[in-house]
Design a protein around this ligand. Structure first.
Ligand SMILES: N[C@@H](CCC(=O)N[C@@H](CS)C(=O)NCC(=O)O)C(=O)O
Length: 206
Protein backbone atom coordinates (compact mmCIF):
# COMPACT_ATOMS: atom_id res chain seq x y z
CA UNK A 1 0.00 0.00 0.00
CA UNK A 2 2.96 2.33 -0.43
CA UNK A 3 2.64 4.66 -3.44
CA UNK A 4 6.27 3.85 -4.23
CA UNK A 5 6.09 0.08 -3.83
CA UNK A 6 3.02 0.26 -6.07
CA UNK A 7 5.22 1.67 -8.86
CA UNK A 8 7.66 -1.23 -8.64
CA UNK A 9 4.85 -3.79 -8.57
CA UNK A 10 3.21 -2.13 -11.59
CA UNK A 11 6.47 -2.18 -13.59
CA UNK A 12 7.01 -5.86 -12.75
CA UNK A 13 3.42 -6.68 -13.68
CA UNK A 14 3.49 -4.75 -16.97
CA UNK A 15 6.65 -6.63 -17.90
CA UNK A 16 5.15 -9.95 -16.82
CA UNK A 17 8.08 -10.69 -14.49
CA UNK A 18 7.59 -13.14 -11.64
CA UNK A 19 8.72 -11.86 -8.28
CA UNK A 20 8.59 -12.69 -4.63
CA UNK A 21 7.39 -9.90 -2.37
CA UNK A 22 8.88 -9.64 1.11
CA UNK A 23 6.97 -7.44 3.51
CA UNK A 24 9.12 -4.73 5.03
CA UNK A 25 7.75 -2.30 7.58
CA UNK A 26 8.85 1.27 6.83
CA UNK A 27 9.41 3.94 9.51
CA UNK A 28 11.19 1.45 11.80
CA UNK A 29 14.93 1.09 12.18
CA UNK A 30 15.85 -2.30 10.72
CA UNK A 31 19.67 -2.60 10.38
CA UNK A 32 19.39 -5.64 8.09
CA UNK A 33 17.07 -3.82 5.69
CA UNK A 34 19.27 -0.72 5.76
CA UNK A 35 22.01 -2.81 4.15
CA UNK A 36 19.94 -2.78 0.94
CA UNK A 37 18.03 0.47 1.51
CA UNK A 38 20.33 2.82 3.46
CA UNK A 39 17.51 5.30 4.21
CA UNK A 40 15.24 2.49 5.40
CA UNK A 41 12.64 3.35 2.75
CA UNK A 42 10.58 0.95 0.67
CA UNK A 43 10.75 -0.34 -2.03
CA UNK A 44 14.03 -2.14 -2.63
CA UNK A 45 14.73 -4.82 -5.22
CA UNK A 46 17.09 -7.78 -5.34
CA UNK A 47 17.56 -9.34 -8.76
CA UNK A 48 20.42 -11.81 -8.58
CA UNK A 49 23.51 -9.76 -7.73
CA UNK A 50 21.73 -6.50 -8.50
CA UNK A 51 20.50 -4.83 -5.31
CA UNK A 52 18.90 -1.40 -5.32
CA UNK A 53 16.40 0.85 -3.59
CA UNK A 54 14.14 3.77 -4.58
CA UNK A 55 11.12 3.21 -6.81
CA UNK A 56 12.45 5.24 -9.74
CA UNK A 57 15.79 3.46 -9.71
CA UNK A 58 14.00 0.10 -9.49
CA UNK A 59 11.66 0.92 -12.40
CA UNK A 60 14.44 2.33 -14.58
CA UNK A 61 16.55 -0.76 -13.86
CA UNK A 62 13.66 -3.04 -14.80
CA UNK A 63 13.18 -1.15 -18.07
CA UNK A 64 16.87 -1.47 -18.94
CA UNK A 65 17.30 -5.08 -17.82
CA UNK A 66 13.96 -6.29 -19.24
CA UNK A 67 13.18 -3.98 -22.18
CA UNK A 68 10.03 -5.79 -23.33
CA UNK A 69 6.83 -3.87 -22.53
CA UNK A 70 8.61 -0.58 -21.68
CA UNK A 71 7.40 1.55 -18.79
CA UNK A 72 9.16 4.73 -19.99
CA UNK A 73 8.97 6.49 -23.36
CA UNK A 74 11.86 6.04 -25.82
CA UNK A 75 12.36 9.51 -27.28
CA UNK A 76 14.95 11.61 -25.32
CA UNK A 77 12.70 14.66 -24.99
CA UNK A 78 9.80 12.51 -23.77
CA UNK A 79 12.14 10.70 -21.37
CA UNK A 80 13.27 14.02 -19.93
CA UNK A 81 9.66 15.09 -19.41
CA UNK A 82 8.76 11.69 -17.97
CA UNK A 83 11.64 12.01 -15.47
CA UNK A 84 10.39 15.41 -14.36
CA UNK A 85 6.80 14.20 -13.97
CA UNK A 86 7.93 11.14 -12.04
CA UNK A 87 10.12 13.32 -9.81
CA UNK A 88 7.20 15.67 -9.16
CA UNK A 89 4.91 12.73 -8.41
CA UNK A 90 7.38 11.11 -6.04
CA UNK A 91 8.63 14.21 -4.24
CA UNK A 92 5.59 16.47 -4.21
CA UNK A 93 2.37 14.52 -4.77
CA UNK A 94 3.41 11.38 -2.89
CA UNK A 95 4.44 12.84 0.48
CA UNK A 96 1.37 15.11 0.64
CA UNK A 97 -1.36 12.83 -0.75
CA UNK A 98 -0.10 9.74 1.01
CA UNK A 99 0.63 11.89 4.08
CA UNK A 100 -3.13 11.84 4.62
CA UNK A 101 -2.99 8.04 4.66
CA UNK A 102 -0.05 8.15 7.06
CA UNK A 103 -1.83 10.42 9.54
CA UNK A 104 -5.28 8.85 9.29
CA UNK A 105 -4.42 5.21 8.80
CA UNK A 106 -0.81 4.27 9.60
CA UNK A 107 -0.45 6.32 12.81
CA UNK A 108 -3.62 5.12 14.58
CA UNK A 109 -3.83 1.58 13.14
CA UNK A 110 -0.19 0.52 12.95
CA UNK A 111 1.60 2.72 15.49
CA UNK A 112 -1.39 3.18 17.84
CA UNK A 113 -0.79 6.93 17.93
CA UNK A 114 -3.46 9.66 17.83
CA UNK A 115 -4.34 11.19 14.46
CA UNK A 116 -2.85 14.66 13.92
CA UNK A 117 -5.94 16.54 12.69
CA UNK A 118 -4.04 19.82 12.22
CA UNK A 119 -1.54 18.12 9.91
CA UNK A 120 -4.43 16.63 7.91
CA UNK A 121 -6.18 19.99 7.58
CA UNK A 122 -2.95 21.64 6.42
CA UNK A 123 -2.42 19.01 3.70
CA UNK A 124 -6.01 19.31 2.45
CA UNK A 125 -6.37 23.10 2.66
CA UNK A 126 -2.87 24.37 1.95
CA UNK A 127 -0.54 21.76 0.51
CA UNK A 128 -2.64 19.81 -1.99
CA UNK A 129 -4.51 22.63 -3.84
CA UNK A 130 -1.42 24.14 -5.56
CA UNK A 131 -0.23 20.64 -6.44
CA UNK A 132 -3.62 19.84 -7.95
CA UNK A 133 -3.59 23.17 -9.82
CA UNK A 134 -0.26 22.20 -11.37
CA UNK A 135 -1.48 18.72 -12.27
CA UNK A 136 -4.61 20.23 -13.82
CA UNK A 137 -2.36 22.33 -16.09
CA UNK A 138 -0.31 19.28 -17.13
CA UNK A 139 -2.40 16.12 -17.43
CA UNK A 140 -3.59 15.12 -20.91
CA UNK A 141 -7.26 15.52 -21.85
CA UNK A 142 -7.32 11.89 -22.95
CA UNK A 143 -5.12 8.83 -22.53
CA UNK A 144 -1.68 8.96 -20.94
CA UNK A 145 1.22 11.39 -21.20
CA UNK A 146 3.27 9.49 -23.77
CA UNK A 147 0.68 7.28 -25.47
CA UNK A 148 1.41 4.06 -23.63
CA UNK A 149 0.98 3.95 -19.87
CA UNK A 150 4.27 4.91 -18.18
CA UNK A 151 5.69 5.32 -14.71
CA UNK A 152 5.20 9.08 -15.06
CA UNK A 153 1.42 8.54 -15.21
CA UNK A 154 1.43 6.32 -12.17
CA UNK A 155 3.82 8.43 -10.08
CA UNK A 156 1.65 11.51 -10.48
CA UNK A 157 -1.43 9.85 -9.04
CA UNK A 158 -0.20 6.94 -6.91
CA UNK A 159 -0.38 9.01 -3.71
CA UNK A 160 -4.02 9.82 -4.38
CA UNK A 161 -4.94 6.15 -4.11
CA UNK A 162 -3.53 6.28 -0.59
CA UNK A 163 -5.38 9.53 0.09
CA UNK A 164 -8.58 7.68 -0.85
CA UNK A 165 -7.86 5.05 1.81
CA UNK A 166 -7.89 7.99 4.22
CA UNK A 167 -11.26 9.19 2.88
CA UNK A 168 -9.99 11.99 0.59
CA UNK A 169 -11.01 12.23 -3.05
CA UNK A 170 -9.94 14.88 -5.54
CA UNK A 171 -12.73 17.40 -6.12
CA UNK A 172 -13.83 16.54 -9.69
CA UNK A 173 -15.55 19.90 -10.14
CA UNK A 174 -12.49 21.96 -9.26
CA UNK A 175 -9.85 19.66 -10.84
CA UNK A 176 -11.87 17.82 -13.50
CA UNK A 177 -8.99 16.85 -15.81
CA UNK A 178 -6.93 15.50 -12.93
CA UNK A 179 -9.87 13.56 -11.48
CA UNK A 180 -10.52 12.00 -14.91
CA UNK A 181 -6.81 11.21 -15.29
CA UNK A 182 -6.76 9.45 -11.91
CA UNK A 183 -9.70 7.31 -13.11
CA UNK A 184 -7.82 6.39 -16.29
CA UNK A 185 -4.82 5.24 -14.27
CA UNK A 186 -7.08 3.36 -11.86
CA UNK A 187 -8.78 1.48 -14.70
CA UNK A 188 -5.60 0.60 -16.59
CA UNK A 189 -5.80 -3.22 -16.36
CA UNK A 190 -2.59 -3.79 -14.37
CA UNK A 191 -3.61 -1.07 -11.91
CA UNK A 192 -7.12 -2.48 -11.47
CA UNK A 193 -5.57 -5.77 -10.39
CA UNK A 194 -3.01 -4.15 -8.04
CA UNK A 195 -5.60 -1.85 -6.45
CA UNK A 196 -8.03 -4.76 -6.16
CA UNK A 197 -5.42 -6.73 -4.20
CA UNK A 198 -4.86 -3.71 -1.95
CA UNK A 199 -8.60 -3.38 -1.36
CA UNK A 200 -8.66 -6.97 -0.09
CA UNK A 201 -5.84 -6.13 2.34
CA UNK A 202 -7.60 -3.00 3.55
CA UNK A 203 -10.79 -5.02 4.12
CA UNK A 204 -8.82 -7.53 6.21
CA UNK A 205 -7.42 -4.70 8.33
CA UNK A 206 -10.97 -3.78 9.12
N1 LIG B 1 11.97 8.32 -3.17
C1 LIG B 1 11.60 7.06 -2.57
C2 LIG B 1 10.53 7.30 -1.51
C3 LIG B 1 10.14 6.00 -0.79
C4 LIG B 1 9.37 6.28 0.48
O1 LIG B 1 9.32 7.41 1.00
N2 LIG B 1 8.76 5.22 1.02
C5 LIG B 1 8.09 5.34 2.31
C6 LIG B 1 6.89 4.42 2.40
S1 LIG B 1 5.55 4.98 1.45
C7 LIG B 1 9.06 4.91 3.38
O2 LIG B 1 9.63 3.85 3.28
N3 LIG B 1 9.23 5.73 4.41
C8 LIG B 1 10.03 5.37 5.53
C9 LIG B 1 10.86 6.51 6.01
O3 LIG B 1 10.76 7.63 5.47
O4 LIG B 1 11.64 6.27 6.95
C10 LIG B 1 11.12 6.09 -3.65
O5 LIG B 1 10.68 6.56 -4.70
O6 LIG B 1 11.21 4.87 -3.46
Amino acid sequence: MSPYVRKAIAALAIKGLDFEQKDQMPFVDDPEYRKISPLGKIPALEDGDAVMCDSTIVCEYLDEAYPENPVYPKNPADRAKARWLEEYGDDKVGPNASGLFFHKFVMPMIFKQPTDEAAIAKIIDQDLPPILDYLESQVPEEGFFFGDFSMADLSLVSGFFNAEYAGYTVDAERWSKTAAFIERVRTYPVMTKILGDEAKLIALMG
